[in-house]
Design a protein around this ligand. Structure first.
Ligand code: FES
Length: 112
């Protein structure tokens, strides 16, 4: 099993996200790990409407009230725990979920 260390779990507060790169073909891909209502989730940073990242420079992934993940381009609104697009141009589609595991307080990305 290949895995990649991402962040200390305790360092990620509710409503926070941390971005990371992970191997892809032909080029590395970007993901993010988020804590939402105590749970940790990770997704590829790519909207399901168009193949662009969700966040904008200097802006985060969460809506202002921290209830949803939002794409900055056309405001597709995703459920943070399931990745399902609940409103917007890609309603009904889901973010690509990435497998993570917490080992000894560190969040690891599970690559295969
Ligand atoms: S590119 Fe994300 S909603 Fe259009």
């Amino acid at each position: 099993m290949t895995k990649q260390k991402l962040v200390r779990a305790a360092g990620l507060a509710d409503g926070q996200t941390v971005k990371f790169q992970f191997p892809g073909n032909p080029r590395p891909r970007e993901g993010f790990v988020a804590r939402f209502r105590g749970q940790l989730v990770a997704y590829e940073n790519r909207c399901r409407h168009l193949p662009v990242r969700l966040d904008a420079e200097g802006d985060g992934f969460f809506s202002p009230n921290k209830d949803y993940l939002v794409c900055h381009t056309h405001q597709a609104t995703y459920d943070p725990l399931t990745g399902l697009c609940m409103r917007g141009p890609c309603e009904g589609e889901s973010l690509v979920r990435l497998a993570i595991e917490v080992i000894d307080g560190e969040v690891w990305l599970i690559l295969d």
